[in-house]
Design a protein around this ligand. Structure first.
Ligand code: AMP
Length: 287
Protein backbone atom coordinates (compact mmCIF):
# COMPACT_ATOMS: atom_id res chain seq x y z
CA UNK A 1 0.00 0.00 0.00
CA UNK A 2 1.24 3.47 -0.87
CA UNK A 3 0.44 6.69 0.98
CA UNK A 4 0.05 9.79 -1.18
CA UNK A 5 -0.40 13.37 0.00
CA UNK A 6 -0.16 15.67 -3.07
CA UNK A 7 -3.31 15.94 -5.18
CA UNK A 8 -1.34 15.92 -8.41
CA UNK A 9 0.37 12.62 -7.49
CA UNK A 10 -2.99 11.07 -6.69
CA UNK A 11 -4.43 12.12 -10.05
CA UNK A 12 -1.31 10.92 -11.90
CA UNK A 13 -1.60 7.48 -10.26
CA UNK A 14 -5.33 7.28 -11.06
CA UNK A 15 -4.74 8.27 -14.67
CA UNK A 16 -2.18 5.47 -15.02
CA UNK A 17 -4.57 2.90 -13.54
CA UNK A 18 -7.40 4.04 -15.81
CA UNK A 19 -5.14 4.12 -18.89
CA UNK A 20 -4.11 0.52 -18.19
CA UNK A 21 -7.78 -0.48 -18.43
CA UNK A 22 -8.13 -1.33 -14.74
CA UNK A 23 -10.99 -0.21 -12.52
CA UNK A 24 -10.80 1.92 -9.40
CA UNK A 25 -12.98 1.94 -6.28
CA UNK A 26 -12.91 4.80 -3.77
CA UNK A 27 -13.73 4.64 -0.07
CA UNK A 28 -13.92 8.18 1.36
CA UNK A 29 -13.24 8.36 5.12
CA UNK A 30 -12.22 10.72 7.89
CA UNK A 31 -9.94 8.06 9.36
CA UNK A 32 -9.57 6.57 12.83
CA UNK A 33 -10.47 3.27 11.27
CA UNK A 34 -12.77 0.72 12.85
CA UNK A 35 -14.29 -2.50 11.55
CA UNK A 36 -16.98 -0.52 9.68
CA UNK A 37 -14.35 1.21 7.56
CA UNK A 38 -12.58 -2.11 6.94
CA UNK A 39 -15.79 -3.71 5.68
CA UNK A 40 -16.18 -0.88 3.18
CA UNK A 41 -12.57 -1.40 2.04
CA UNK A 42 -13.21 -5.13 1.58
CA UNK A 43 -16.33 -4.47 -0.46
CA UNK A 44 -14.38 -1.99 -2.59
CA UNK A 45 -11.77 -4.72 -3.18
CA UNK A 46 -14.47 -7.00 -4.56
CA UNK A 47 -15.83 -4.29 -6.84
CA UNK A 48 -12.71 -3.05 -8.63
CA UNK A 49 -9.12 -3.92 -9.54
CA UNK A 50 -7.68 -1.17 -7.33
CA UNK A 51 -8.84 0.45 -4.09
CA UNK A 52 -8.15 4.02 -3.00
CA UNK A 53 -9.07 5.00 0.55
CA UNK A 54 -9.12 8.72 1.20
CA UNK A 55 -8.43 9.95 4.71
CA UNK A 56 -9.32 13.57 5.26
CA UNK A 57 -10.97 15.24 8.25
CA UNK A 58 -13.07 17.63 6.24
CA UNK A 59 -13.35 20.95 8.06
CA UNK A 60 -16.16 22.11 5.73
CA UNK A 61 -18.61 19.60 7.16
CA UNK A 62 -18.13 20.63 10.82
CA UNK A 63 -20.18 23.39 12.42
CA UNK A 64 -18.46 26.11 14.48
CA UNK A 65 -19.33 24.41 17.77
CA UNK A 66 -18.60 20.88 16.58
CA UNK A 67 -15.66 18.57 17.27
CA UNK A 68 -13.28 19.39 14.39
CA UNK A 69 -10.21 20.03 16.55
CA UNK A 70 -10.86 17.05 18.83
CA UNK A 71 -11.82 14.60 16.07
CA UNK A 72 -9.71 11.44 16.63
CA UNK A 73 -6.72 11.30 14.29
CA UNK A 74 -3.89 8.76 14.12
CA UNK A 75 -2.38 8.36 10.67
CA UNK A 76 0.24 5.82 11.77
CA UNK A 77 -2.38 3.57 13.31
CA UNK A 78 -4.69 3.95 10.30
CA UNK A 79 -1.88 3.19 7.84
CA UNK A 80 -1.01 0.03 9.80
CA UNK A 81 -4.64 -1.09 9.74
CA UNK A 82 -5.22 -0.32 6.05
CA UNK A 83 -1.97 -2.07 5.16
CA UNK A 84 -3.60 -5.37 6.20
CA UNK A 85 -6.48 -4.81 3.79
CA UNK A 86 -6.38 -4.95 0.01
CA UNK A 87 -5.89 -1.18 -0.23
CA UNK A 88 -3.57 0.06 -2.96
CA UNK A 89 -3.52 3.71 -2.06
CA UNK A 90 -4.16 5.69 1.11
CA UNK A 91 -4.79 9.24 -0.09
CA UNK A 92 -4.18 11.77 2.68
CA UNK A 93 -4.48 15.26 1.24
CA UNK A 94 -3.55 18.30 3.31
CA UNK A 95 -6.15 20.85 4.30
CA UNK A 96 -4.13 23.55 2.53
CA UNK A 97 -4.15 21.69 -0.78
CA UNK A 98 -7.82 20.79 -0.59
CA UNK A 99 -8.95 24.26 0.47
CA UNK A 100 -6.76 27.15 -0.58
CA UNK A 101 -7.10 30.31 1.53
CA UNK A 102 -9.47 31.84 -1.06
CA UNK A 103 -11.47 28.62 -1.66
CA UNK A 104 -15.01 29.73 -2.41
CA UNK A 105 -16.77 26.93 -4.28
CA UNK A 106 -19.52 24.71 -2.89
CA UNK A 107 -21.52 21.78 -4.20
CA UNK A 108 -24.99 21.76 -2.64
CA UNK A 109 -27.93 19.38 -2.89
CA UNK A 110 -31.18 21.08 -1.82
CA UNK A 111 -34.31 19.48 -0.40
CA UNK A 112 -33.23 16.20 1.15
CA UNK A 113 -30.57 18.06 3.11
CA UNK A 114 -33.22 20.13 4.95
CA UNK A 115 -34.35 17.25 7.13
CA UNK A 116 -32.85 14.89 9.76
CA UNK A 117 -29.16 15.75 10.36
CA UNK A 118 -29.41 18.67 7.91
CA UNK A 119 -31.82 20.43 10.29
CA UNK A 120 -29.45 20.13 13.23
CA UNK A 121 -26.24 20.70 11.28
CA UNK A 122 -26.66 23.54 8.78
CA UNK A 123 -24.00 23.42 6.00
CA UNK A 124 -22.92 19.91 7.03
CA UNK A 125 -24.07 18.23 3.83
CA UNK A 126 -22.77 21.07 1.70
CA UNK A 127 -19.37 20.30 3.22
CA UNK A 128 -19.81 16.59 2.49
CA UNK A 129 -20.90 17.03 -1.13
CA UNK A 130 -18.15 19.56 -1.77
CA UNK A 131 -15.39 17.28 -0.50
CA UNK A 132 -16.81 14.19 -2.21
CA UNK A 133 -17.10 16.11 -5.49
CA UNK A 134 -13.45 17.13 -5.16
CA UNK A 135 -12.39 13.55 -4.38
CA UNK A 136 -14.34 12.26 -7.39
CA UNK A 137 -12.60 14.78 -9.66
CA UNK A 138 -9.13 14.16 -8.24
CA UNK A 139 -9.38 10.33 -8.20
CA UNK A 140 -11.92 9.64 -10.98
CA UNK A 141 -13.07 6.30 -9.51
CA UNK A 142 -15.38 3.92 -11.37
CA UNK A 143 -17.29 3.32 -8.17
CA UNK A 144 -17.37 4.51 -4.57
CA UNK A 145 -18.49 2.82 -1.35
CA UNK A 146 -20.38 4.55 1.46
CA UNK A 147 -21.88 3.21 4.70
CA UNK A 148 -25.57 2.85 5.37
CA UNK A 149 -24.72 4.12 8.87
CA UNK A 150 -24.79 7.64 7.38
CA UNK A 151 -28.06 6.94 5.64
CA UNK A 152 -28.88 10.56 4.75
CA UNK A 153 -25.34 11.18 3.48
CA UNK A 154 -25.70 8.19 1.17
CA UNK A 155 -29.00 9.54 -0.23
CA UNK A 156 -27.46 12.97 -0.74
CA UNK A 157 -24.41 11.55 -2.54
CA UNK A 158 -26.59 9.38 -4.78
CA UNK A 159 -28.71 12.38 -5.72
CA UNK A 160 -25.64 14.50 -6.42
CA UNK A 161 -24.05 11.82 -8.61
CA UNK A 162 -27.25 11.28 -10.55
CA UNK A 163 -28.10 14.95 -11.01
CA UNK A 164 -24.55 15.99 -11.92
CA UNK A 165 -24.22 13.03 -14.35
CA UNK A 166 -21.12 11.49 -12.80
CA UNK A 167 -20.45 8.06 -14.27
CA UNK A 168 -19.61 6.64 -10.85
CA UNK A 169 -21.51 3.75 -9.33
CA UNK A 170 -22.37 4.25 -5.66
CA UNK A 171 -22.47 1.18 -3.43
CA UNK A 172 -23.89 1.03 0.09
CA UNK A 173 -22.51 -1.18 2.83
CA UNK A 174 -24.83 -2.23 5.69
CA UNK A 175 -24.17 -0.89 9.19
CA UNK A 176 -21.38 -2.71 11.00
CA UNK A 177 -22.07 -3.10 14.71
CA UNK A 178 -20.20 -4.01 17.89
CA UNK A 179 -21.16 -7.40 19.39
CA UNK A 180 -23.78 -5.75 21.60
CA UNK A 181 -25.34 -3.85 18.68
CA UNK A 182 -23.83 -0.36 19.01
CA UNK A 183 -23.09 0.94 15.51
CA UNK A 184 -19.36 1.38 15.05
CA UNK A 185 -18.24 4.99 14.83
CA UNK A 186 -14.97 6.87 15.24
CA UNK A 187 -16.88 9.07 17.70
CA UNK A 188 -17.49 6.09 20.02
CA UNK A 189 -13.92 6.79 21.19
CA UNK A 190 -15.30 9.86 23.02
CA UNK A 191 -17.63 7.78 25.23
CA UNK A 192 -16.78 6.99 28.87
CA UNK A 193 -17.67 3.44 29.92
CA UNK A 194 -20.84 4.70 31.56
CA UNK A 195 -21.80 6.62 28.41
CA UNK A 196 -20.96 3.59 26.29
CA UNK A 197 -23.58 1.65 28.23
CA UNK A 198 -26.17 4.38 27.78
CA UNK A 199 -25.44 4.65 24.05
CA UNK A 200 -26.90 1.17 23.63
CA UNK A 201 -30.37 2.69 23.96
CA UNK A 202 -30.06 3.53 20.23
CA UNK A 203 -29.81 -0.11 19.26
CA UNK A 204 -32.44 -1.11 21.83
CA UNK A 205 -34.79 1.44 20.28
CA UNK A 206 -34.15 0.04 16.82
CA UNK A 207 -34.75 -3.53 17.95
CA UNK A 208 -37.94 -2.44 19.70
CA UNK A 209 -39.18 -0.61 16.57
CA UNK A 210 -38.54 -3.60 14.33
CA UNK A 211 -40.31 -5.96 16.71
CA UNK A 212 -43.32 -3.63 17.03
CA UNK A 213 -43.54 -3.20 13.24
CA UNK A 214 -43.37 -6.98 12.83
CA UNK A 215 -46.28 -7.17 15.31
CA UNK A 216 -48.32 -4.86 13.09
CA UNK A 217 -47.72 -1.46 14.72
CA UNK A 218 -47.42 1.06 11.90
CA UNK A 219 -48.47 4.32 13.52
CA UNK A 220 -45.39 6.57 13.49
CA UNK A 221 -46.62 8.73 16.41
CA UNK A 222 -47.10 5.67 18.60
CA UNK A 223 -43.72 4.19 17.76
CA UNK A 224 -41.89 7.48 18.21
CA UNK A 225 -43.40 7.90 21.65
CA UNK A 226 -42.27 4.40 22.67
CA UNK A 227 -38.77 5.08 21.35
CA UNK A 228 -38.66 8.40 23.18
CA UNK A 229 -39.44 6.53 26.42
CA UNK A 230 -36.64 4.00 25.80
CA UNK A 231 -34.06 6.72 25.14
CA UNK A 232 -35.24 9.12 27.82
CA UNK A 233 -34.87 6.44 30.49
CA UNK A 234 -31.14 7.23 30.36
CA UNK A 235 -29.99 10.31 32.26
CA UNK A 236 -27.56 12.49 30.35
CA UNK A 237 -28.93 11.35 27.00
CA UNK A 238 -30.82 13.87 24.86
CA UNK A 239 -32.73 13.32 21.65
CA UNK A 240 -31.84 15.29 18.50
CA UNK A 241 -34.45 13.54 16.39
CA UNK A 242 -36.53 10.41 16.07
CA UNK A 243 -37.85 10.23 12.51
CA UNK A 244 -39.54 7.78 10.22
CA UNK A 245 -38.91 8.74 6.61
CA UNK A 246 -39.28 7.34 3.12
CA UNK A 247 -36.05 5.58 2.15
CA UNK A 248 -35.79 7.46 -1.17
CA UNK A 249 -37.33 10.90 -0.67
CA UNK A 250 -36.55 11.21 3.06
CA UNK A 251 -39.98 12.76 3.55
CA UNK A 252 -41.76 12.04 6.85
CA UNK A 253 -44.04 9.01 6.96
CA UNK A 254 -47.11 9.00 9.20
CA UNK A 255 -47.76 5.35 8.48
CA UNK A 256 -44.78 3.00 8.56
CA UNK A 257 -44.32 0.58 5.68
CA UNK A 258 -41.51 -1.58 4.34
CA UNK A 259 -40.08 1.40 2.44
CA UNK A 260 -39.64 3.37 5.66
CA UNK A 261 -36.43 4.08 7.49
CA UNK A 262 -36.26 4.81 11.19
CA UNK A 263 -33.51 7.38 11.75
CA UNK A 264 -32.27 8.39 15.19
CA UNK A 265 -29.83 10.99 16.49
CA UNK A 266 -29.02 11.44 20.16
CA UNK A 267 -26.40 13.08 22.32
CA UNK A 268 -24.78 10.99 25.01
CA UNK A 269 -23.04 13.56 27.17
CA UNK A 270 -21.32 15.69 24.54
CA UNK A 271 -21.14 12.96 21.89
CA UNK A 272 -23.60 12.97 19.00
CA UNK A 273 -24.50 9.49 17.76
CA UNK A 274 -26.71 8.43 14.86
CA UNK A 275 -28.23 5.12 13.85
CA UNK A 276 -30.96 3.89 11.54
CA UNK A 277 -32.74 0.83 10.22
CA UNK A 278 -34.93 -0.16 7.33
CA UNK A 279 -38.32 -1.14 8.66
CA UNK A 280 -38.62 -3.69 5.85
CA UNK A 281 -35.86 -6.24 5.45
CA UNK A 282 -32.40 -4.75 5.82
CA UNK A 283 -30.92 -4.63 2.36
CA UNK A 284 -27.58 -6.28 2.05
CA UNK A 285 -25.01 -4.67 -0.21
CA UNK A 286 -26.93 -2.48 -2.61
CA UNK A 287 -26.25 0.01 -5.34
P1 AMP B 1 -16.29 8.42 8.47
O1 AMP B 1 -14.83 8.12 8.54
O2 AMP B 1 -16.99 8.34 9.78
O3 AMP B 1 -16.59 9.66 7.69
O4 AMP B 1 -16.93 7.23 7.63
C1 AMP B 1 -16.42 6.87 6.38
C2 AMP B 1 -17.39 5.92 5.72
O5 AMP B 1 -17.56 4.78 6.56
C3 AMP B 1 -18.80 6.53 5.51
O6 AMP B 1 -19.31 6.11 4.26
C4 AMP B 1 -19.57 5.94 6.66
O7 AMP B 1 -20.96 5.83 6.39
C5 AMP B 1 -18.94 4.57 6.78
N1 AMP B 1 -19.16 4.02 8.12
C6 AMP B 1 -18.82 4.58 9.30
N2 AMP B 1 -19.23 3.78 10.31
C7 AMP B 1 -19.83 2.71 9.75
C8 AMP B 1 -20.45 1.53 10.26
N3 AMP B 1 -20.55 1.31 11.57
N4 AMP B 1 -20.95 0.65 9.38
C9 AMP B 1 -20.88 0.86 8.04
N5 AMP B 1 -20.29 1.94 7.50
C10 AMP B 1 -19.77 2.85 8.33
Amino acid sequence: MQIIHPLADMTRWSNEVIASGKTLALVPTMGYFHAGHLSLMRLAGRLADHVVVSLFVNSLQFGPREDLSGYPRDLERDARIAENERVDMLFVPTHEEMYSADFNSRVRVDGITDTLCGKQRPNHFEGVTTVVAKLFNIIKPHCAVFGQKDFQQLSVIRKMVSELNWDIEIFAHPIVREDDGLAMSSRNAYLSSEERGKALCLYNAIQHAKARFADGVCDTGQLKSEIRDIISANSGVSIDYISVVDKDTLSDKEVIDSQSVLALAIKVGGTRLIDNCFMGNDSEVSN
